[in-house]
Ligand binder design. Structure first.
Ligand code: UDP
Length: 420
């Protein structure tokens, strides 16, 4: 059997105060129509990165809404995840040589994992490329299958896209974060777009009393009474952590006492992370005001929450980005962001909202300096960012979008519904 991740049952009533009456009613109506539906979400890792963050909140809400929802994780080892990380990078436009050995590894693991998939479902969501081919190897069943792609596939490597095309074609729906991420060669598929959202009640995003947040920041060696610049990201070249260090050094010349916190999680399906982590640690040696911390050294949701809450500015120096949940997480806490103008980030930060979108290193320095020295500007932008997140990027909006899609697919399908 595939591993099942234990999750909560989250009643919608807990979110009601954060939703408009119209959205609340719409979600309740959809849930009533889908009550008892058996839904599986399948992903590659139970922790580290945006997909696991999302599922940890989405699945409990489905359950709170009366659907039978489970979250399964596929097994894999370094060999498999080295291939799938290569696919991930290639789909985001990195140079990549697709070899016969990589195809074989990918297919072998997917064939094996398909055999582990037990249980009867009415709908199956497969997340990202790692388990995409499962659908082709799972026999029987009357489920609708949805592939949820979380990465920016607007300029993909042609060979990898072509290899994955028959698998994508086997789905009843293919969901991207943005319309612009849909590869031209896949326009014939049943595609749709919906951005993700954050859970305002999770340990990562719930309100923390300021003294608690400061204590946690201190616990990780950072002085909450001096300015803090933070990036929270997997150690991934697309997030440019070395570039962040360069920006920090330049800003610090003008803002003495500035500290940099780099919080990075090591995901099971991201074998590149350790190499980059060691490079970063070497690069920071000798500067006691750069703090590098990971889930291995005690950074979990509450610590991320504390840093996103206590930082003066959060930087997200993404070169390519799917959505960038960290941006909404930070804005939700009323902290301004300076971020790469790429992928789903501009959606979260329209002009005059949340902070600044940036294209080059000199602009990062200038904008971070502006926010560190003009506190009124920082507060106004952050407040607008917080309102924008509440309106557009909470998990309740995502669940509404997903249930609407399920409703459409299941209505056109022969699957019987099951009473709760
Ligand atoms: N994250 C975390 N600890 C870390 C680094 C990242 O919990 O040390 C979380 C972060 O808070 C966010 C997710 O991992 O919820 C990253 O999602 P995002 O969409 O920003 O990027 P992805 O990793 O999916 O590319």
């Amino acid at each position: 059997m595939l591993q099942t991740v234990d999750v909560d049952i989250a009643p919608l009533s807990e979110y009601a105060a954060l939703m408009s009456p119209e959205r609340l009613a719409a979600l309740e109506d959809l849930a009533a129509a889908l009550r008892g539906l058996r839904v599986a979400h399948v992903s590659a890792t139970p922790y580290g990165g945006g997909v696991s963050e999302l599922l940890r909140s989405v699945v409990p809400l489905y359950r709170g809404l009366g659907l039978h929802a489970v979250w399964h994780v596929i097994p894999g080892d370094e060999r498999f995840f080295a291939v799938t990380k290569g696919f991930h990078n290639a789909l985001q436009g990195a140079p990549y040589q697709l070899t016969a050995a990589a195809r074989e590894t990918y297919l072998m693991y997917n064939t094996h994992n398909a055999q582990l998939m037990e249980g009867d479902y009415d709908a199956v969501f497969i997340h990202d490329p790692q388990p995409l081919a499962l659908r082709a190897f799972v026999e029987g069943g009357g489920a609708v299958w949805i592939w949820r792609c979380h990465i920016d596939t607007s300029e993909p490597n042609a060979a990898v896209l072509e290899f994955l095309t028959p698998f994508a074609e086997s789905y009843d729906a293919v969901v991207f974060t943005l319309e612009s991420f849909i590869p031209r060669a896949w326009r014939h598929l049943p595609v749709t777009a919906m951005p993700p959202g954050i859970d305002p009640l999770s340990p990562k995003n719930m309100p923390l009393p300021p003294e608690v947040a400061q204590r946690i920041v201190r616990w990780l060696g950072v002085d909450p009474h001096r300015p803090i610049l933070t990036q929270v990201s997997r150690f991934d070249p697309w997030k440019d952590p070395l570039g962040v260090i360069g920006v920090y050094r330049a800003v610090r010349e003008r803002v003495p006492g500035l500290q940099l916190a780099l919080l990075g999680s090591m995901a099971l399906d991201d074998p590149e992370g350790w190499d980059l982590y060691h490079t970063i640690v070497d690069e920071c040696r000798g500067d006691p005001d750069i703090h590098v911390a990971t889930n291995i050294t005690g950074v979990s949701n509450i610590e991320v929450n504390a840093f996103q809450s206590c930082s003066d500015v959060v930087i997200q120096k993404s070169i390519r980005e799917g959505f960038g949940l960290v941006v909404s997480e930070t804005l939700w806490k009323g902290t301004p962001v300076v971020a790469g103008n790429t992928g789903g980030i501009p959606l979260q930060m329209p002009p005059g909202t949340g902070g600044f979108l940036v294209d080059d290193p000199a602009e990062y320095e200038r904008r971070i300096h502006d926010l560190l020295t003009d506190r009124d500007l920082a507060r106004d932008l952050a407040e607008r960012g917080q309102r924008h997140v509440q309106e557009h990027f909470l998990v309740t909006r995502l669940v509404e979008d997903e249930l609407r899609l399920l409703h459409r697919l299941v209505a056109g399908h022969t699957t019987a519904q099951h009473p709760a």
